[in-house]
Design a protein around this ligand. Structure first.
Ligand SMILES: *[C@@H]1O[C@H](CO)[C@@H](O)[C@H](O)[C@H]1NC(C)=O
Ligand SMILES: *[C@@H]1O[C@H](CO)[C@@H](O)[C@H](O)[C@H]1NC(C)=O
Ligand SMILES: *[C@@H]1O[C@H](CO)[C@@H](O)[C@H](O)[C@H]1NC(C)=O
Ligand SMILES: *[C@@H]1O[C@H](CO)[C@@H](O)[C@H](O)[C@H]1NC(C)=O
Length: 463
């Protein structure tokens, strides 16, 4: 049973109604904007004890989803997270306040990590390889990604026993990441509404082609081209061409393949966008602090920075190290959890640059350690990034430009030295550079002087 309350603008609840199980589908079919309105007006806090099924992403996508999941649990919802047996991210042995529902996939953890490593590698090629290498890598990767989607979808929605098990649990809504296949098909199979949470897809393919988001090529830059909303004629032409290419690639490749998988599972012709487009809400991990002004459909809700929280105290040894930096303060440096393979040459470049600055450096890095390390640098396998960024001694953040870290830096007012590696990272840093919060360096071509100069500017230049 669900409880829906209306609240006035000050947030005081003055009217509540009860509704039976059919609440969600009814609302959704009657008018999605009504559902949105209800959520906006009353906030999640007055809808009690829903049953939520979560189809999580991997790596940082799961960390993002987790923030929402924990908040739902906090508000007394009962949450179940679907995990496949090959997931490289979700730690099943950890004690959690939500349930896991494990399902079998005919894959090993190694297959999955290899796929994601390839994804990272592709971007290295894109920065550094020849056109032909990039093309052949891209098509390899798309093929393995497609087969991954097909395998997971069949193991998930193609397994009638599993679907029946889930149906019996009477979920009321599904929360899904579009990078994890088939949350939409599962919602369809269980006949419940679903919410997509995501940051962005390239060329806004999903948002545009499935979610009806308007993207006017005259002033909405097509990620990933580095452009602002102020484009000249040539840039607009390139922008238009870029949208065109993304659409063509999607229609000729991804959508064609996925639609065949979807059709096979549903047993009738079904396109991907037909299913994805049924999403009732899209939680977009973005924010106007970051975006250029542009139109969005009303069921797109901005949750960028949803994971930002005031800093907690650091572990004692780290706090001691941070305090030892005196007035110079510290620099926080990490390329995130996915990137572990720095070549020796690049490692030495970072070490020699960071050894020259007066600040202490807290470096989160899980890969092979440099042979010698200047006294002002400490390397940790894992660092409490949020808490470090919120520390009053933190002067700068060297980041690969993953959106989570950037939002934390914005939240705590820490300027950035961005060294983008792959995916949306170049765009992220580009935008922040344009807005005066960051300096961007090129990972493959920078040298230690560039890094030192960049850091000095970020730390000392009051602009
Ligand atoms: C999973 O969680 C358990 C319990 O918190 C912990 O001991 C273990 O190291 C974690 N495993 C990984 C791979 O993070
Ligand atoms: C990038 O290209 C240069 C020159 O072609 C090469 O020496 C270097 O190893 C490449 N780096 C990576 C990471 O592929
Ligand atoms: C289908 O799901 C059930 C219940 O989760 C599981 O026991 C069974 O092994 C699955 N079948 C296949 C082929 O994976
Ligand atoms: C790490 O980099 C080295 C040298 O570039 C390469 O030989 C090795 O295969 C890489 N390892 C992984 C796991 O990517």
């Amino acid at each position: 049973m669900l409880l829906l309350c209306a609240a006035d603008r000050s947030g005081d609840i003055h009217h509540c109604t009860y509704s039976e199980k059919t609440f969600w589908p009814e609302m959704a079919s009657v008018n999605p904007s009504l559902l949105l309105l209800a959520l906006l007006v009353c906030g999640l806090h007055c809808i009690h004890s829903g049953q939520v099924l979560v189809n999580p992403g991997e790596y940082s996508h799961w960390q993002n989803m987790r923030v929402i999941v924990e908040e739902l649990v906090e508000r007394n919802h009962s949450v179940t997270v679907l995990v496949n047996t090959a997931s490289p991210t979700v730690n099943l042995t950890r004690q959690e306040r939500f349930r896991f529902h494990l399902f079998n996939v005919p894959l090993q953890k190694e297959n999955m990590t290899a796929l994601w490593d390839d994804f990272v590698d592709l971007w290295k090629y894109q920065m550094n390889g020849t056109g032909w290498q990039v093309l052949s890598k891209t098509s390899d990767l798309m093929a393995s990604f497609n087969s991954y989607i097909s395998v997971i979808c069949k193991a998930l929605v193609g397994n009638k026993t599993l679907v029946e098990d889930l149906r019996r649990s009477r979920y009321e809504v599904i929360l899904t990441d579009p990078f994890t296949p088939c949350g939409d098909l599962m919602a369809d199979a269980l006949d419940v509404p679903f919410i997509i949470t995501m940051r962005i897809t390239f060329g806004f393919i999903y948002e545009r082609m499935c979610g009806q988001m308007p993207t006017l090529p005259s002033f909405v830059p097509c990620t990933p081209i580095l452009a602002t909303d102020q484009m000249n004629f040539r840039e607009r032409l390139v922008n238009f061409g870029s949208y065109f290419m993304h659409s063509a690639m999607f229609l000729l490749h991804t959508s064609k393949y996925l639609s065949s998988v979807y059709s096979e599972i549903k047993g009738k012709p079904t396109s991907v966008c037909e299913m994805v487009g049924k999403a009732d809400l899209w939680f977009i991990r973005s924010h106007w602090v970051w975006e250029y002004p542009r139109p969005f459909p009303p069921n797109f809700i901005f949750i960028g920075g949803h994971h930002c929280k005031p800093a907690k105290p650091l572990p004692l040894d780290l706090e001691e190290f941070v305090q030892s930096s005196g007035d110079d303060g510290i620099v926080v440096f990490t390329f995130g959890s996915m990137f572990k393979n720095l070549t020796e040459e690049r490692r030495n470049m970072f070490v020699s640059a960071l050894g020259q600055i007066p600040q202490k450096v807290v470096w989160g890095f899980g890969g092979e350690r440099p042979r010698t390390l200047p006294a002002n640098i400490r390397i940790y396998n894992w660092i409490p990034q949020k808490d470090l960024l919120g520390h009053p001694k933190t002067k700068a953040f060297i980041s690969h430009g993953g959106s989570n870290g950037l939002y934390e830096a914005i939240y705590h007012g820490v300027p950035l030295l961005g060294v983008p590696l792959f995916a949306d990272q170049p765009d992220n840093i580009f935008i922040l550079e344009k807005k005066g919060a960051a300096i961007m360096l090129d990972f493959y071509n920078m040298n230690s002087d560039d890094l030192v100069k960049g850091l000095r500017a970020v730390i000392n230049d009051p602009s």
